[in-house]
Design a protein around this ligand. Structure first.
Ligand code: PLP
Length: 391
């Protein structure tokens, strides 16, 4: 059904089958999602525009491509103001730009969880070396009380910044009621949702909280456009002045520089500097194609849920020592999970051995220490039983 968008990758699989090798069953889609074929032409278009237009390419990029991409992302997330979607090559740059807007000579209180991705975790640890920064980490588990515990603390402490994942990178569990918590946040607290494992995977409607949160995500994962294009939506009325600021942020005022560093009142407030826009071309091509064909995130999610149910059926009758319900980290598989399953193999050695074993059967997956992750995508065939994972 959706495989027609991935002919190049499927052709590679068919060729390996023809040569006697087992075609890969790609289940590391939560890490690197295969790119739809349309990205090839888009990448070539970027080359052609750069080669033929040279410096004049910036006009079409800033006047057409960026606004079209912002509008498409805004439709996916139901964001009211496309021009409040800032972009950068990675989310770290955007999040650090936000943090840099706080005055580090004064106390900075941050609330987060112990389940955030390395990018933020490491940066936070370094920041904690500054005496003014104080971090509170809420244990992500047990998941069924996470929402309550996080929200209670959010209102108890006087936090300047709260940061949490929409879907946890290590388990695939969706943070329960995160949008509700963000909607009820104290006014003084800036609230970041790390949507990296939610964007283009779980249907996400930010309409009600668009002006309360910064939502970050990237095109590398579920959208399949590759690295180099991340974004952060900015609440209306945001007057923060990032210390870590690039010359794009001041574009409107470059010709007429004031004494004080000025910021645009749109996404450029959080803009950095010159970047490679080839992924913008690729992402836009996918968004336009899927929109034309009516491939919505709701449909993608339904398709993936079906594949996950099939996997679980096969698993339940397989009796595998590690890939079973007891080892599967989950909270609410039907309504509160992302597009990959995590199995706790108890030790990194067990996980490594299992990953190798799966690899020998052509099943590609990844792991984080003792956690083995198996992902699902619309490029998995409708009749895929996932039997190969188990024997
Ligand atoms: C939850 C989460 N956030 C962010 C990122 C990416 O971080 P960065 O854009 O800083 O590379 C990832 C990458 O896997 C992730 O899983």
């Amino acid at each position: 059904m959706y495989q027609k968008y991935y002919r190049q990758f499927l052709q590679g699989a068919a060729e390996s089958a023809a040569s006697g090798a087992q075609p890969p069953l790609h289940m590391a889609c939560h890490s690197h999602h295969y790119w739809p074929d349309v990205t090839c032409e888009a990448a070539q278009q970027y080359w052609t525009d750069s080669a033929t237009l040279a410096d004049s390419k910036w006009g079409p990029i800033f006047e057409q491509k960026i606004p079209a991409w912002q509008a498409a992302v805004a439709r996916v997330l139901n964001l009211p103001s496309p021009d409040r979607i800032a972009m950068a090559p990675n989310t770290h740059e955007l999040v650090f730009r936000l943090i840099s807007a706080f005055d580090l000579s004064r106390p900075l209180r941050i609330l987060t969880t112990d389940g955030e991705f390395y990018s933020f975790t490491r940066q936070l640890q370094r920041l904690e070396e500054e005496s003014s920064v104080e971090v509170t980490r809420i244990h992500k588990e047990p998941y069924d009380t996470l929402a309550e515990r996080f929200e209670q603390e959010l209102h108890r402490g006087h936090y300047d910044l709260a940061y949490a994942s929409q879907v946890f990178f290590d388990s695939g569990v969706a943070f329960p009621d995160l949008d509700g918590i963000a909607g009820r946040k104290p006014e003084r607290t800036e609230f970041v949702i790390d949507g990296y494992h939610g964007y283009f995977a779980r249907p996400t409607d930010l309409g009600a909280i668009a002006d309360k949160v910064f939502y970050t995500a990237g095109s590398y994962k579920y959208q399949g456009a590759g690295e180099g294009l991340c974004f952060m939506s900015i609440p209306a009325g945001c007057t923060l002045r990032p210390l870590y600021t690039g010359w794009f942020a001041d574009m409107a005022e470059l010709e007429n520089r004031a004494d004080r560093v000025g910021y645009a009142d749109n996404w450029l407030r959080f803009a950095g500097s010159t970047m490679d826009y080839s992924t913008l071309y690729k992402a836009l091509a996918i968004l336009e194609l899927f929109e034309r064909d009516g491939v919505t995130v709701e449909k993608i999610h339904d398709y993936v849920l079906d594949r996950q149910r099939r996997f679980l059926d096969t698993m339940d009758s397989a009796g595998h020592p590690l890939l079973n319900r007891d080892r599967l980290v989950h909270h609410d598989l039907e309504n509160g999970h992302g597009h990959f399953f995590t199995f706790n193999c108890t030790t990194a050695q067990h996980a490594e051995k299992l990953q190798e074993e799966l690899g020998s059967r052509g099943v590609l997956c990844d792991r984080r220490q003792q956690l083995l992750r198996l992902g699902f995508a619309i490029y998995h065939a409708e009749d895929e039983t996932f039997q190969r994972v188990f024997s």
